[in-house]
Write a protein that binds this ligand. Structure first.
Ligand code: AGP
Length: 609
């Protein structure tokens, strides 16, 4: 929900911090700030709004000389996005400054305690209690103060600390929020994720929960919660800085839509060897686990949940194992029926979504084995799960996920076929047909992307709609969920996904003259039924934009506009079907002048409940 960054080395820190914050802006962008240590003194500047304002206020960082500092870009949880509530937060004596991503659950009690001891609070944030605790516990030993402070905190935190008494030294502390160390030569970094580091170093250290690190220009020392040094291997980032740049596109979202064929290949091709699906290096171990599975629960949030809905349709159709899909924030609180015969599949692009993490913990406590489908390597969900299938989509910067979602579905389709085969439910011909269809997905996706000009034209035609419906049946309905969210989150236009036949049970009352209904009709077996639903809304004055496969020409008789998508197997229709609807949302939002990559109120990773 927020992004933190820190630098210590021989270069001026402020410009590097501002550059790092720009790379982290997709994590939250309602205010930002930096603090730099120089000659035993801390200077701090904060600004509400985008990073541009902070850049202006600090004259590109020139106003804050020094080679050691911290920075923060915020998605407000406690307190409005104002300069005062922006991070960093500074101790009353100006000796400490901190940046924080997460939520301190016990901040109210700590606030009262600290106020009672004479500490003066400037902001409304939960974070500020941390800097006063550091001040209270500091007796000249920074490490000791950090340990004692961390011992008082309940909740989630990725913390960065700079202290005027210890020039050139930073502290980074991790508990349940993402935090990575960047290892340089004569300089070291910390950041919320690798996108802020990759242009300076590809050598990173992933901290574990409870650990903290001391960084100087020449060294990084990691300690466990008891203050004992622990050694960490250095991991290598596998993608290049260009992957985290716009690459000539106007928006990251458009770039990431266009990248989907390549991302699909990366997710699929390493897992189909000589015509057989192999689930990475845990294939054999997973066979033993899966043979004992009677029920599957898929849990996720947002678009990842929508991918899970597509996954349920595919897995149940092929594997005949009961599959339940639930948003993580509901699953974790409804005393779920999960036992050691349950496989919990957690789907997440960032691997840091707080509710999904909590649902995984709940599932494990009840005996489930957990398989994670996740994009970010080394993320909390990846580390928490028994088995991990990475989607290999590469960094996804736009807040609205596209390649993150479609690669999740690609991996779920591999899993569905693997499971059905494991249960002996596929003939060799059907197995080959499905693996062939999955291998074709990158090419089908490219052909769906090639609808781009037609979609741009339709978006221009329909951009003024203030409320619209996406209707479909079975797999089409699952895709409607995602199409509706895409439009809402980047164009701020209300839309609703509805099971096509359910519309007549009340909601059809909202269909009036000119109301746009996007009808998804790629499910061949239900095509005629969906056609009937199209007629029902047309009869009440709706405008219908139909999305169907190249064989669905009959829809021309009813729809006002049609997009023909390249569908192979009906069970694999979701990806070619969603791509034009991603583009539709993109072009409507662009026509309406919306901030596509950083939509209002949103952040890329919801790391708080
Ligand atoms: C989708 O465009 C949104 N960014 C949001 O719904 C997202 O899918 C959801 O927050 C889950 O995030 P995750 O996949 O990183 O867990």
């Amino acid at each position: 929900m927020c992004g933190i960054v820190g630098y210590t080395g021989r270069q001026d820190a402020a410009p590097l911090l501002l550059e790092g914050l720009r790379k982290l802006e997709y994590r939250g962008y309602d205010s930002a700030g930096i603090a730099v240590e120089n000659d035993g003194r801390l200077r701090m500047v904060k600004a509400s709004g985008h990073i541009d304002r902070l850049e202006e206020k600090t004259h590109g960082g020139a106003d804050l000389p020094g080679c050691c500092g911290i920075g923060h870009t915020r998605w407000a949880t406690h307190g409005a996005p104002t300069d005062v509530n922006a991070h960093p937060h500074m101790s009353n004596d100006g000796k400490f400054a901190i940046v924080h991503n997460g939520i301190i659950e016990n901040y109210s009690a700590l606030r009262e305690e600290l106020r009672g001891k004479g500490f003066v609070f400037q902001s409304e944030t939960d974070t500020e209690v941390i800097v006063h605790l550091l001040d209270m516990y500091y007796q000249g030993d920074l490490k000791e103060a950090v340990m004692r402070t961390a011992a008082r905190l309940e909740g989630s935190y990725a913390l960065g600390v700079v202290c005027a008494d210890v020039p050139g030294t930073l502290c980074a502390i991790k508990m349940a929020s993402p935090l990575i160390l960047g290892v340089g030569i004569g300089e070291n970094y910390f950041a919320s994720d690798v996108t802020a580091l990759v242009s300076h170093t590809k050598n990173v250290i992933y901290l574990e929960d409870g650990e903290f690190a001391e960084l100087t220009p020449e060294s990084i020392t990691v300690y466990d919660v008891a203050g004992r040094p622990v050694s960490h291997s250095i991991s290598r980032i596998v993608w290049d800085v260009e992957a985290a740049e716009k690459g000539g596109y106007d928006h990251f979202m458009l770039k990431e839509i266009m990248e989907q064929p390549r991302a699909m290949k990366a997710a699929i091709e390493p897992r189909i060897r000589s015509g057989r699906i192999v689930l990475d290096d845990f294939d054999d171990a997973f066979k033993v686990c899966f043979d004992d599975v009677h029920r599957i629960v898929i849990t996720a949030c947002g678009s990842a949940y929508h991918a899970g809905c597509v996954g349920r349709t595919m897995i149940e159709a092929l594997c005949r194992t009961p599959v339940e899909v639930d948003v993580a924030s509901e699953l974790r609180y409804r005393d779920p029926i999960i036992d050691d015969h349950t496989l919990l599949i957690a789907v997440s692009q960032s691997g840091e979504t707080a509710d999904t993490i909590a649902a995984i913990r709940e599932g494990k406590n009840r005996g489930a084995k957990v398989l994670a489908i996740v994009n970010v390597v080394g993320s909390t969900i990846a580390k928490l799960s028994d088995y991990v299938l990475y989607t290999w989509a590469g960094p996804e910067i736009a807040v609205a996920t596209t390649k993150g979602y479609t690669t999740q579905i690609a991996v779920l389709s591999l899993l569905a076929v693997w499971m059905a085969d494991r249960r002996g439910l596929l003939t060799p011909e059907r197995y080959s047909e499905l693996t062939g269809g999955i291998l074709d997905l990158p090419e089908r996706t490219q052909r769906a992307i090639d609808l781009n000009p037609q979609v741009a034209y339709l978006a221009e035609r329909y951009r003024d709609n203030t409320s619209l419906f996406f209707i479909g049946r079975n797999l089409d309905y699952a895709v409607c969920l995602e199409a509706s969210l895409k439009l809402k989150e980047i164009s701020y236009i209300h839309s609703e996904a509805y099971a096509a036949d359910e519309l007549k049970h009340g909601t059809i009352a909202l269909i009036d003259e000119g109301r746009l209904v996007v009808a998804l009709a790629c499910c061949e077996a239900l095509f005629d039924k969906t056609m009937s639903n199209i007629k029902e809304v047309k009869a009440r004055g709706a405008k219908v934009l139909a999305v169907t496969h190249e064989g669905g020409r009959r829809v021309f008789a009813e729809a006002d506009d049609v997009l023909f998508v390249p569908v192979t197997d009906p069970l694999l229709a979701a990806i070619p079907e969603i791509v034009p609807l991603q583009l539709f949302a993109y072009y409507v939002a662009r026509a309406n002048g919306c901030d596509i990559d950083k939509p209002r109120n949103l952040a890329k990773s919801v790391t708080v409940e």
